[in-house]
Design a protein around this ligand. Structure first.
Ligand SMILES: Nc1ncnc2c1ncn2[C@@H]1O[C@H](COP(=O)(O)OP(=O)(O)OP(=O)(O)O)[C@@H](O)[C@H]1O
Length: 267
């Protein structure tokens, strides 16, 4: 375990209600600089809502949020945050090259109406390199596979050179080669000191990168501790040997709950 670093996200007693319905309750969560945190939980448990709340996209109905030590209300350094939302497509119907989409990730750093600087171009090239798409930069995004488009979106967020990176299910529906490319990009990002908060159902090749796991259930945080070994086939969970970091009274954070459409939730 490395020495504790400064908190980059601090949410205390956080709650979110959507259309009057409580979706998140009593969430206390601190993420420290350089951590790689995975956010797990059954479908509908509130993972996406939590990520959106932590990035300021979904207002809190209760609680306090600090980003990089600054109360959310006074936080202005938005370029320090990168966010890859769930189930988005890089091909919006507007014809755009891979490099153009990635360059749009520099907009929070660029001065309005100025041509891209050398630093902008270098950041775009580095981001494309990191996700393994440097050779596709001039191609239209529409010609890429779904997994490659997901990597374009990750490169777009990377191009802004964020210190804190949120990804909501980046591997959903992505084939194994693309999952490996993604794991390599996140690994490089993590090694360079970035903080990563990743929502996922399946860790796959990302598993070795994880420092810590947070589990939500019914809008509450029910586990926060060392990474859990997940048995995808049977849904059993195996807490790390010799560790008993479950919250008191929370014995089975990974019990499956039925999917709203009848299938089992996958992890
Ligand atoms: N825009 C919205 N309008 C109404 N209800 C919403 C909205 N967004 C989320 N919810 C509800 O909030 C709850 C949590 O949803 P959320 O998407 O955060 O869960 P999740 O854990 O990310 O699920 P999944 O794994 O299926 O993506 C669900 O009951 C969902 O129906």
């Amino acid at each position: 375990m490395t020495r504790p670093t400064e908190p980059v996200v601090e949410l205390s007693d956080g709650a979110v209600a959507i259309a009057g319905r409580p979706v998140l309750r009593q969430i206390d969560l601190t993420v420290r600089s350089g951590e790689f945190v995975t956010l797990l939980g059954p479908n509908g448990s509130g993972k996406s809502t939590l990520v959106r709340a932590l990035t300021g996209l979904r207002p809190l109905s209760r609680g306090q949020l600090k980003l990089f030590g600054t109360p959310f209300e006074s936080f202005r350094d938005w370029h320090r945050l990168g966010f890859v939302p769930q189930r988005s497509s890089a091909a919006s119907g507007v014809p755009a090259s891979v490099a153009e989409v990635v360059a749009s990730g520099r907009l929070t750093r660029r001065r309005l109406l100025r041509p891209p600087s050398r630093a902008d171009r270098a950041a775009v090239a580095a981001a494309l390199d990191l996700v393994g798409l440097a050779d596709r930069s001039r191609d239209s995004v529409a010609t890429l596979s779904g997994g490659q488009q997901q990597r374009v979106l990750i490169a777009r967020a990377l191009a802004g050179e964020p210190d804190l990176f949120f990804l909501d299910e980046p591997t959903a529906g992505v084939d194994l080669p693309n999952q490996h490319a993604l794991a390599a990009a996140l690994s490089a990002l993590s090694r360079s000191g970035s903080t990563i908060v990743l929502v996922t159902h399946e860790l796959g090749p990302l598993a070795p990168l994880v420092d810590r796991t947070v589990v939500l259930r019914d809008g509450r945080l029910v586990y926060d501790g060392p990474p859990l070994a997940l048995d995808d086939a049977h849904g059993h969970h195996h807490p790390p040997q010799g560790r008993h970091d479950h919250h008191p009274g929370v014995m089975a954070p990974l019990d499956r709950t039925p999917h709203p459409h009848g299938e089992e939730a996958s992890w």
